[in-house]
Write a protein that binds this ligand. Structure first.
Ligand code: GTP
Length: 321
């Protein structure tokens, strides 16, 4: 059985379909309507498509890329009926996602030679950072890993408390030095805690305040330095969490964080509550950082490993019949 079939259960597929409903009805049903009955791809259609993609927060640059490619393919392949055009569009979107190193990765697994595997989670307040950390810890625990959560967002009492609640819910370790403690010290000691207790994974929360780029840069590099002092080669993953429903704001945050630190992976949350699912395409294209996870609901199981084919299939599903 292929990985895709084994891992992508019926339940997950339904979650994804439901999670993408709003994007689907705003973005892709508009596309399908524009496509319907067309036998040539003319200027008018391309203009219409451009407008639809831009309004779904795909971003202008990425939209132009998609349109250009479509034009090229259509000229080359001497097109076309409606279903073929739809397939071409799907192909181009999957290709675009592949070019951005968004490879399908298999299950919640970390390399054996990196123990503890240290994940630094960054992003502004309210994007779903704590929830994403909790969901991640849950998945790793389910796969038999020992996990500790480090409360590195020490600026708000609620952040520390919420993380503790998640650790209790998941049944994993929790490390905190309380509110107003030095986040770099928390990060250092969380890694030490993992080493001492023979744990496999340390997931460290950070505050990610965006007041100035310099401050953010200083804060994150201090945390990174202290993590690498605790364990050579760590952090192994810097995960930036973005709220997909904020559309263009998510682009801006991604830009600020990637300027401030090296981000290795992205999680896009709250796709279920938004029609702006197009940001997935735009962000992965513009920043060339793999999208690793998508949040499709508040439930503990509703953090999915991003699968580009499943994503595109779901977006286009139920259309064109
Ligand atoms: N619908 C939906 N809600 C989500 C998702 N991810 C997180 N949320 C909700 O978003 C809200 C904010 O999530 P938090 O995890 O508290 O966000 P945070 O970034 O840690 O923000 P603070 O803790 O407020 O700093 C919560 O109500 C979550 O349940 C998602 O994928 N879908």
């Amino acid at each position: 059985m292929s990985f895709f079939k084994k891992f992508f259960t019926k339940e997950k597929e339904e979650d994804l379909d439901k999670g993408l409903e709003k994007t689907k009805s705003s973005l892709f049903s508009k596309i399908t309507k524009a496509v319907a009955g067309k036998s040539t791809v003319d200027e008018g259609f391309l203009d219409e498509l451009e407008g639809i993609l831009v309004s779904a927060d795909v971003g202008l640059e990425t939209t132009i890329k998609i349109i250009d490619r479509l034009e090229e393919r259509v000229a080359k392949d001497k097109y076309i009926n409606t279903t073929e055009l739809n397939t071409l569009l799907k192909d181009e979107i999957v290709t675009l996602l592949s070019e951005n190193r968004t490879e399908n990765f298999e299950d919640y697994v970390v390399p054996e030679d990196k123990k503890p595997f240290v994940i630094l989670v960054v992003g502004v307040n309210g994007v779903g950072k704590t929830t994403t950390i909790g969901k991640l810890a849950h998945q790793y625990k389910k796969n038999g890993y020992g996990v500790v959560l480090g409360a590195g967002d020490t600026f708000r009492a609620a952040a520390v408390d919420q993380l503790q609640i998640w650790s209790e819910r998941v049944g994993c370790d929790f490390y905190s030095k309380g509110m107003h403690s030095d986040p770099a010290a928390v990060a250092f000691e969380t890694v030490q805690h993992a080493i001492k207790n023979d744990l496999d994974i340390a997931i460290i929360d950070t505050a990610g305040r965006l007041h100035t780029k310099m401050n953010l840069m200083r804060e994150l590099s201090k945390i990174k330095r202290s993590v690498s002092k605790a364990l050579d080669g760590a952090p192994h993953e810097v995960l930036l969490v973005l709220d997909a429903s904020t559309g263009q704001n998510a682009f801006e945050q991604c830009s600020k964080f990637t300027e401030a630190t090296e981000v290795s992976d992205l999680a896009l949350t709250k796709l279920d509550g938004t029609a702006k699912g197009g940001v997935v395409l735009g962000i992965s294209d513009q920043f060339q950082i793999p999208i690793r996870y998508i949040g499709v609901g508040e439930g503990i199981e509703q953090l999915q490993i991003f699968n580009k084919q499943a994503f595109v299939d779901s977006l286009f599903s139920g259309e064109m019949e």
